[in-house]
Each structure stands twice: as C-alpha cells, then as structure tokens.
Write a protein that binds this ligand. Structure first.
Ligand SMILES: [Ca+2]
Length: 186
C-alpha cells in the first residue's frame, strides 16, 4: 500500500471522487489522498473528458463555422474567425458593405447596391455618369457631342442630387424647330 502521487490523480482542477478508502484529506491542496490499491474516478468539468479529465475534446469536429471560416477549439467552446465579407458567431451573416466604411460610392449622386458577402456596386443616379465605378458621378455631358443642329444652343438639363430632370435640350435659332432643330420652318 502506498500513497498516490499528484500525477496519478485526476488532471488538476477537477474533482476526485474516491471509490476506495480515503487515507487522508489534504485541505491545503483541496484533494483526497487515497490508497492506490483502490480505484478512483474523476468528475470532469465541462469541456474535459477522459478517465483523468486529461482530454480536451475538439468542439470544431462538427465543423460549426460556416462559409470558409477558421474554427479554433477552446474549452467547452469554439471560436469562428470569419473570412472577408462574413460575420456572426458562425460566420453565417453576409456583411453588407453598403453599411460599412467599404461604401465608397458617391455619397450624394450614387446608389450603393449590396451584391453579395462584403461586395457592393455603385450606380450613379439618372442623368449622371462616371469614369471610376461611381465613386464620383458628374452630370452627363450630352452637349459635348453637339447633338443640336443648325446653329442651335445645347443646354444640359437641371439636376438635383437625386436625378437630372431632363438631360439636355436644344434652343433653336429663328426658322428652325424639332427636338434637335432639324426642321426648317422657312
Ligand atoms: Ca475543446
């Protein structure tokens, strides 16, 4: 008969339930010291398993993290580290980039459209055009192609931030009519 060493007992911090005879109770170490000829069992805390509570089961084994995220096993828990564009405890939620600082659309003259996890597109309001994916929109320059005929004056339509009321029009010289002053009245 001999006393068990600490290493022969349950993993530290766990409750020792002695099946056999208690030789003495260590108040200082808060454990029982027992006769090794008798069996013992361990009552594991949540998140531990094994005869001596020495096993940390892998909570990532059931692949709880979604959408390509990384699972980190912890004690009776796991943690998902989401990839770009995903959020939530399981990375199950698409990030709406239009509601984040990722939104780089023209604040006043473009619409941000959510098109997938962390992805967005910018579209200029009607009557506006862009050369940089609607990060900046400007009123369309219809008059630059000189659509008005016979000496008419081309006028870009008035715009609000929401839209241009009409995009352009022609002011004809005397004797001409039509939307582009193409009709000779004389
Ligand atoms: Ca674990």
């Amino acid at each position: 008969m001999h006393l068990c060493s600490w290493l022969h007992l349950c993993a530290s911090r766990y409750v020792h339930v002695l099946i056999g005879r208690v030789l003495l109770i260590s108040v200082l170490e808060r454990r029982h010291i027992f006769d090794h000829t008798f069996a013992y069992s361990c009552m594991c805390a949540d998140g531990y398993a094994g005869y001596n509570c020495e096993v940390n089961p892998d909570e990532c084994g059931s692949s709880p993290c979604m959408n390509g995220s990384t699972c980190t096993d912890m004690i009776d828990a796991y943690e998902c580290t989401c990839g770009s564009g995903w959020s939530g405890g399981f990375c199950e939620l698409e990030v709406d980039a239009c509601t984040t600082q990722e939104n780089d659309c023209d604040v006043l003259r473009a619409e941000c459209i959510h098109v997938g996890a962390g992805k967005h597109e910018c579209v200029c309001h009607p009557g506006y055009e862009t050369t940089d994916g609607a990060k900046n929109c400007r009123t369309s320059q219809e008059c630059s192609s000189s659509p008005c005929m016979n000496g008419a004056t081309c006028i870009d339509g008035p715009c609000t931030y929401a839209a241009c009321v009409f995009q352009w029009s022609c002011v004809c010289t005397n004797g001409w009519a039509g939307s582009i002053c193409e009709i000779n009245l004389d």
